[in-house]
Design a protein around this ligand. Structure first.
Ligand SMILES: NC(=O)c1ccc[n+]([C@@H]2O[C@H](COP(=O)([O-])OP(=O)(O)OC[C@H]3O[C@@H](n4cnc5c(N)ncnc54)[C@H](OP(=O)(O)O)[C@@H]3O)[C@@H](O)[C@H]2O)c1
Length: 319
């Protein structure tokens, strides 16, 4: 798999990032290890986790990070992986209470280091924003963590463009590190943000896309395969899709989008995953989709999109 450097950083990452929300939870331990091994076999090196992953399932906390930690230790391969994780998510039982105070950020980061059994995180994401909190306090806290050697770079997930710009301006004006990437919900489907239950999430919009185009800052989209929406259309199993996952994707515009995807599949002899992920891989600015396979065959199918490049006309058709 091709590697690219995240601009404004020294991070050399594979063009497809492996999302790990299910590791150690919906994906059992042996299958999790196999998935991580297979991803590396395909040339992948970029893992996305979060302190909060699995915490909606009763029992042990942070199972994704802990599984990755066990795997890194078992394989002794920490230096072969670009490790990204997230913190500062609200507690799940009080989603209305943001957690971006310095002590929240440091608390979550320290917990992640223990769970991941590592001394440093390559790319640390703020999982959410707290719009009322001054960006200067947040950035100064993150820069302290960089200076302490706990993180190398950091990014913002689910931040609006307005807040992202405030932070970047502060970093530039004060000669400190700013965000090297953003992580928002973005895929080839038509998304209705009004239908997303969690109002602390952010989706890609035209202004954000133009910002990436203008600055070349990296986009690292999540739910990059629209939670399997188009796979379900292809298989005729849309009715079985989890209604909560399906809700953000209005039916009629996405059936039309599916027709266009199929047209590109036929004209370029590509699979569905290759078109769905190729759409993101072919953007005119660095875009590294996070895949979320549940099985090894989904992993292999998704990774077959590596190297796919859609034409400008095809991207236009899928707009
Ligand atoms: N920053 C954030 O707030 C945030 C939020 C969400 C996710 N994430 C990150 O993004 C990653 C992926 O997100 P996600 O799981 O929400 O979305 P996703 O990758 O769009 O969807 C995953 C689902 O798509 C289906 N799928 C994936 N590959 C497939 C294939 N090759 N063929 C057929 N179906 C396939 C599977 O559905 P079935 O299970 O129905 O087969 C799978 O469970 C997560 O692991 C996490 O790291 C970040």
């Amino acid at each position: 798999m091709k590697r690219l450097r995240i601009p404004d950083s020294r991070l050399e990452v594979s063009e497809i990032c492996l999302g790990t929300v299910g590791l150690g939870a919906t994906i059992d331990l042996p299958s999790s290890f196999t998935m991580l091994d297979r991803y590396l076999d395909f040339g992948g090196n970029f893992l996305d986790s979060a302190n909060v992953y699995s915490d909606w399932i009763p029992g042990e906390k942070s199972r994704s990070e802990k599984t990755i930690g066990r795997w890194l230790k078992a394989r002794s391969n920490r230096d072969q992986v670009v490790l990204a994780t997230k913190g500062a998510h609200p507690r799940l039982e009080t989603m209305q209470l943001s957690r971006l105070a310095p002590e929240d950020i440091v608390h979550d980061l320290d917990q992640s280091l223990v769970s991941l059994q590592t001394d440093w995180i390559d790319l640390y994401w703020l999982h959410r924003d707290e719009p009322a909190r001054p960006v200067q306090e947040i950035l100064e806290t993150l820069n302290l963590q960089v200076r302490a050697g706990k993180i190398r770079y950091f990014g913002a997930s689910n931040w609006t463009l307005e807040r992202f710009l405030l932070a970047q301006d502060y970093a530039r004006d004060h000669g400190i590190q700013g965000f090297v990437a953003d992580q928002v919900l973005w895929n080839v489907a038509v998304i209705d943000p009004e239908n997303i239950a969690d109002k602390t999430t952010t989706t890609k919009n035209t202004a954000l896309e133009q910002y990436h185009h203008r600055t070349g800052i990296a986009a690292i989209p999540y739910s990059a395969q629209a939670n399997g929406l188009f796979q379900r259309m292809l298989e005729g199993s849309l009715e079985q899709m989890n209604p909560d996952l399906r809700r953000p994707y209005p039916l009629m515009p996405n059936l039309e989008r599916f027709q266009k995807i199929q047209q590109i599949m036929r004209e370029s002899n590509l699979s569905l995953s290759q078109v769905v992920l190729g759409y993101l891989l072919s953007q005119p600015f660095p875009t590294i989709p996070i895949i979320g396979p549940r099985t090894i065959s989904q992993l292999e199918d998704s990774l077959s999109a590596a190297g796919v490049w859609l034409s400008g006309d095809q991207l236009e058709v899928l707009r």
